[in-house]
Design a protein around this ligand. Structure first.
Ligand code: FAD
Length: 510
């Protein structure tokens, strides 16, 4: 792995940094959420792992390890799972628990003390973070800009009497390298082509657990903590049907074939790169083919990092950021100097995914709202707000796939039963929801609810960029102007079925 070229300091110097050492994580990826000092008398450093649920390729873990080394104290990784969050279901819980079992196995071979905690009653976990933080030298969290995470961390920051930092391990481009919000993929791609290269030298440690021989160890956590908040049982970490059935969560949304965790994520990545990627350019539009990575659930829960995917895609170990194309003005192809299919894939993984993170981190309230739409989209939606809708459906009818359109019902069927569905179909799915809703804001609510409830990759910054793309975000006006859609990009199931094969897809899922 390449050594960091620029490792600098955060807002306040850590002990090793004060002594003139290099920081393990680029300072642009670290934010202190409170003014509290480090507690040099603490018993351990605490990493509160909520979004980057992995034991490798994780800047937040790197920062926590760095501090533990600096203080010569053990590192505790608290990986909690609550039950009271919106849309909690057997499906989401099973996937997260499988991932927790995977991190538990990884940390078990290291001196790091991994502490998985699973709530069995809403609110039971209240006070756990504060209790551990009271004994910690510092708390490190995951800087993930979506769902309830930023609000939860702000609330925690007010309560913690010790330094609380959050670390960004979301993508190749650090969220806080810019404050500019990009409104098109082209402008963001052009920006990335100018500023990304130095960040490609700054990788999280691919195998951090292999370099911890001299890390202090903790024989056990304080008993007053583990007594009140016991470590997750083996049954919980197995996500057994009995355990899931005992929790106060949605039991109608069942676990699916996707198995959570870094080990499965890496196996899928390997399968994708070896067997699918070469034809990604053509096959990715075909819903009947296994033509895309299906990595979105793993990226969403942090079981896999973009850096790991990027490293796996490199055409040769000798590839360096110096090889990137120069002055290509935001063009999609020819910048990475990877094979064409890999470049097409990277455009989704880096340009489109990180574009969503750019808005969610810099416009935290707007990015889930219609106010993030461009003015032409708002105007055209308003101009066609009272156009007659030939069909309207309730949320319940949509959820059950009870519309007049078999292809749409099939899309919903795949989402409901597999917990994931195909990108090309998602676009049609969203456009039809808009066409069949009484208003654009009803359509947005329906898309959010259905994705959040059924999709493993829902509740993500990308969920909102997808739903708001349907309503014109990141898009341009299209002609001719049509009823209901106005100048919004228009899609029909008939045209869709002319372009790609859907017969078997409909037969399977409708
Ligand atoms: C209406 C709508 C809703 C969507 N909701 C979600 C969602 O809730 N969660 C989610 O992760 N993605 C969402 N997307 C984006 C995209 O459809 C999925 O990321 C993709 O289908 C996931 O499958 P994959 O991992 O096989 O993708 P691949 O084609 O293999 O792409 C690799 C990765 O690139 C990223 N990516 C791919 N397409 C896009 C895109 N259009 N925009 C941003 N990033 C992208 C994802 O992280 C994806 O895992 C939505 C798109 C639309 C149109």
């Amino acid at each position: 792995m390449k050594k960091n070229t620029k490792r600098s300091l955060t807002l306040t110097l850590s002990p090793r940094e004060r002594a003139g050492g290099e920081g393990a994580v680029p300072s642009v990826r670290i934010r202190a959420l409170n003014d509290a000092p480090f507690n040099t008398r603490g018993q351990f450093v605490l990493y509160w792992m909520t979004s980057f649920r992995r034991a490798r390729s994780n800047f937040a873990l790197d920062r926590a390890i760095e501090l533990a080394h600096s203080f010569e104290k053990p590192l505790v990784v608290l990986e909690p799972l609550r039950v009271g969050y919106p849309f909690a279901s057997e499906r989401i819980h099973a996937f997260i628990l499988q991932g927790m079992a995977d991190t538990a196995r990884a940390f078990a071979k290291s001196p790091i003390h991994h502490y998985p905690y699973v709530e069995t009653k809403a609110g039971d976990g209240k006070g756990l973070l504060e209790a551990l933080a009271a004994k910690a030298c510092a708390v490190i969290g995951d800087d993930w800009p979506g769902f309830f995470v930023p609000k939860m961390q702000r609330a925690a920051a007010e309560k913690l009497g010790v330094r609380f930092e959050v670390v960004d391990s979301n993508g190749l481009y650090p969220l806080h390298h810019t404050t500019r919000v990009f409104t098109t993929a082209h402008s963001f791609r052009t920006h990335l082509q100018k500023v990304l290269p130095p960040h490609l030298h700054e990788l999280p440690n691919a195998e951090p657990l292999e370099q911890l021989k001299d890390l202090a160890t903790l024989s056990k956590l304080p008993s007053e903590v583990t007594k009140r908040w016991p470590r997750a049982s083996d049954e919980a970490l197995r996500a057994s049907p009995e355990f899931l059935a005992s929790l106060p969560i949605d039991h109608t949304v069942k676990p699916v074939a996707f198995i959570g965790g870094s080990t499965t994520a890496r196996a899928r990545l390997d399968h994708f790169v070896t067997n699918i990627l070469g034809a990604y350019d053509e096959a990715r539009s075909e819903p009947e083919q296994d033509g895309t990575s299906k990595l979105s659930p793993y990226l969403h829960f942090g079981h896999l990092s973009t850096h790991e995917v990027f490293e796996r895609l490199k055409p040769s170990p000798k590839w360096s950021p110096d090889d990137l194309g120069k002055s290509i003005g935001g063009a999609k192809a020819g910048w990475w100097k990877f094979p064409a299919a890999s470049e097409a894939f990277l455009d989704e993984l880096v340009t489109w995914r990180e574009l969503a993170f750019n808005m969610s981190s810099h416009r935290p309230t707007e990015f889930t709202s219609m106010s993030s739409l461009p003015s032409w989209a708002l105007q055209t939606i308003k101009a066609h707000a009272t156009d007659k809708r030939a069909h309207t459906y309730s949320l319940q009818q949509l959820a059950l796939g009870q519309t007049h359109d078999p292809l749409w019902n099939a899309a919903m069927g795949q989402l409901r039963t597999e917990g994931w569905f195909h990108n090309n179909v998602r676009m049609l799915w969203g456009k039809k929801i808009y066409e069949w809703s009484k208003s654009a804001s009803d359509a947005l609510t329906a898309m959010d609810t259905l994705m959040s409830k059924y999709s493993l990759d829902g509740r993500d910054p990308v969920s909102w960029s997808g739903a708001l793309w349907v309503l014109g975000r990141y898009d341009r006006p299209w002609g001719p102007e049509r009823p209901i859609f106005g100048k919004l990009r228009y899609m029909t199931s008939q045209n869709f079925a002319r372009k790609v094969s859907v017969k078997q897809y409909v037969a399977k899922f409708a």
